[in-house]
Ligand binder design. Structure first.
Ligand code: MG
Length: 499
């Protein structure tokens, strides 16, 4: 990117080595999860932490901070330039407000906490994890104080994952969303809906090589450019971006329940598309990524849930499925559709369907808010969790491993992260609703495998801007909306209740 302003050009030049370190860290992260031999763990740990230290040193160097400070005073900057200054200023102030001892304490708590959590989950023993969780929460409370907030300490943590997100926003979101979703779930269960019937397609063993071929066939259908993109395998699927022309996803092959592999692929590919369609002029700048975690998740959820779990797409890929998954060769489109959209109130968030998913998030949000509002003690969390599961989903975990210990987030100090999953779901429904109005042959195009207009719509409204705009600004500019749950509830009602 070439700017009119010399200060901005100096910033971008000085940013090149910072960008390069991020590039290396991303590549090492991808390699760690995919092909690195296990013996390399310790060496990789050293290399990774040293590169992070270098990254921080460059970001917080006097010269660099000086450049960003003088850019903040500049008038008549373009939107991309303003975005660069905003993002760098946020990164710098996040780092600078936290004293070194606190950063080190957090990093240590994360490593220990995560290790103990793994063991505690295997043994289903919350008591074992409790002191480590307590320690992490204390550190996070200190970090929230250092970062600063206007109303609620939890706001400081939310803002690190979703710029300007507050308890006030989320109370409104869940206050509307939770009771309406509960009602939809109850109607489905009470009416013995076909969506709730157990489906045998999830039980049979599949051939991983063939499902891998199927995933690649689907990516081809969705027009992924394999010169700038690739897919590998890992236990937990993820997307890693080295730069705008090297974006990598992973998927999983567990042997049964083949929809999980297909939807992991499509979910991550949705994340990848956000970066693949970012304006190329933003390459090597701090705004080449997406606007926020919520916006990013809206892209993965839009493709995974709204497009690919929809009937037109199921009809499109059904012949490919029958070709690669032997036991489906007699299955009808309708049966595949019901298998893809099976609804079940259950314990585990990552396996949840799109109706129940946000109820899992609602519980985690309530708990996090209470913890940081000093409204819930650590030893009270399991009981509160189980109680709320029973109230919202009608199932009560009988052991901690299927309750409070199921997610890795808290052990790694990721408080404030969960709500972005729900925001992603809400935004995906807003996008779909606006798109239907703008695009004439929306469903026909999906059924015929023509994704040009959808991709272009997403590129123009969202992808091309990278993180030039804060999420609330982008939502307002491009979709004329906020975190409004109405679209998502209407989407569920239409799809599942036919109303
Ligand atoms: Mg995701």
């Amino acid at each position: 990117m070439k700017c009119d302003n010399p200060v901005m050009n100096q910033i971008l030049n000085a940013y090149k080595p910072i960008w390069s370190l991020k590039h290396a860290i991303s590549l090492m992260g991808w390699d760690f999860e995919t092909y690195m031999p296990r013996g390399g763990i310790e060496e990789r740990g050293v290399a990774d932490s040293q590169l992070h230290i270098l990254h921080k040193d460059l970001l917080l160097s006097k010269d660099f901070i000086g450049l960003v400070e003088s850019a903040k005073k500049l008038e008549s900057l373009g939107d991309f330039e303003k975005g660069i200054v905003r993002v760098l200023d946020r990164e710098i102030s996040k780092e600078i407000r936290i004293p070194q001892e606190l950063t080190e304490a957090e990093s240590l708590a994360r490593i220990r906490g995560n290790m103990i959590w793994r063991e505690a989950r295997t043994k289903s023993d919350f008591k074992m994890f409790e002191p480590y969780l307590k320690n992490m929460i204390e550190i996070k409370k200190q970090i929230a104080e250092k970062r600063g907030y206007e109303k609620h300490p939890y706001d400081a943590l939310l803002d690190t994952f979703e710029e300007q997100l507050t308890v006030n926003d989320l109370d409104k979101v869940f206050g509307t969303l939770t009771p309406r979703v509960q009602k939809i779930l109850k109607t489905l269960v009470d009416s013995n809906s076909p969506f709730c019937k157990e489906n045998k397609l999830g039980k049979s063993k599949y051939d991983a090589k063939k499902v891998d071929q199927l995933n690649h066939d689907i990516l081809t259908l969705l027009q992924y450019d394999m010169k700038r993109f690739r897919m590998d395998e890992s236990t937990h699927p993820f997307t890693e971006t080295m730069g705008l022309n090297d974006i990598r996803i992973t998927t999983r092959y567990e042997g049964t329940d083949f929809k999980k592999s297909i939807f992991s692929t499509i979910h991550e590919a949705g994340h990848a598309l956000y970066n693949l369609q970012c304006d190329q002029s933003l390459s090597f700048t701090p705004i080449e990524g997406g606007s926020s975690l919520g916006l990013h998740e809206s892209q993965s959820r839009y493709w995974e849930n709204i497009v690919c779990r929809g009937l037109p797409f199921v009809q499109l890929i059904a012949p490919l499925i029958r070709e690669q998954v032997d036991f489906t060769n007699q299955t009808t489109d309708e049966e595949l559709y019901l298998y893809f959209n099976n609804v079940k109130a259950d314990y585990i968030r990552v396996d949840a369907d799109e109706v129940t998913y946000n109820l899992h998030i609602a519980i985690r949000y309530e708990i996090e808010k209470k913890i940081f509002g000093d409204d819930l003690r650590v030893n009270e969390i399991p009981e509160f969790w189980n109680e709320r599961m029973e109230q919202l989903l009608g199932v009560r975990p009988t052991k901690d491993s299927e309750g409070v210990l199921q997610d890795t987030h808290w052990s790694s100090g990721l408080f404030g992260y969960f709500p972005t999953y729900t925001l992603g779901n809400l935004i995906s429904a807003i996008i779909a609703s606006k798109m239907r109005k703008d695009l004439d042959n929306y469903e026909e195009d999906i059924k015929n495998g023509n994704f040009d207009t959808i991709r272009e719509w997403l590129r123009l409204k969202i992808h091309r801007y990278g993180s030039a705009y804060a999420p609330k600004v982008l939502l307002n500019n491009s979709l004329n909306e906020g975190y409004n749950p109405d679209y998502f509830v209407t989407y569920l009602e239409t799809k599942y209740l036919g109303s």
